[in-house]
Each structure stands twice: as structure tokens, then as C-alpha cells.
Design a protein around this ligand. Structure first.
Ligand SMILES: [Zn+2]
Length: 75
């Protein structure tokens, strides 16, 4: 699957990337974290970081013999 095809699997909005800390670019939700005090922070990642994380997931799956399916980060 090409990088462009992988990116079409996600929904994009302008925001802040939690991974590289760039702002004002297209990001997609990847989950949330809650603090002990009860605050909830939504996390989102940019295209470059999504593709980096997809490559990591693919490499992990290949090492472990799992099936790899892109498009499921944050879901
Ligand atoms: Zn990023």
C-alpha cells in the first residue's frame, strides 16, 4: 500500500501533532490519555508521524509473524 493510500484511511483536521509537536497542520486522532487528576487529553498525529508509526507497526508485525493492516492507529 502506498503512503498516500494509507493516509486516505484516516480522517484529517488541522491541529497539533503529539509526536513531533508541529502545529497548524493536518492531524488525525490517535487516542487519548488521562491524568491522575482526571484531565483527558486527546492526541493526534500528522501525516509524517502516522506513516512513521505505520512503518513501525509493519516491521513489528513482520518480526512477530502477525498480519499487518494499516489504518488502525488510534482505533
Ligand atoms: Zn508529527
Amino acid at each position: 500500500m502506498t503512503p498516500d493510500a494509507i493516509l486516505t484511511l484516516y480522517d484529517w483536521a488541522v491541529g497539533v501533532c503529539f509526536r513531533c509537536a508541529r502545529t497548524g497542520l493536518g492531524v488525525t486522532p490517535v487516542g487519548s490519555i488521562s491524568t491522575p487528576s482526571g484531565d483527558l487529553y486527546e492526541l493526534a498525529a500528522c501525516e509524517r508521524c502516522i506513516l512513521a508509526m505505520e512503518r513501525e507497526r509493519q516491521a513489528y508485525a513482520e518480526r512477530r509473524g502477525f498480519n499487518y493492516a494499516p489504518g488502525s492507529i488510534g482505533s
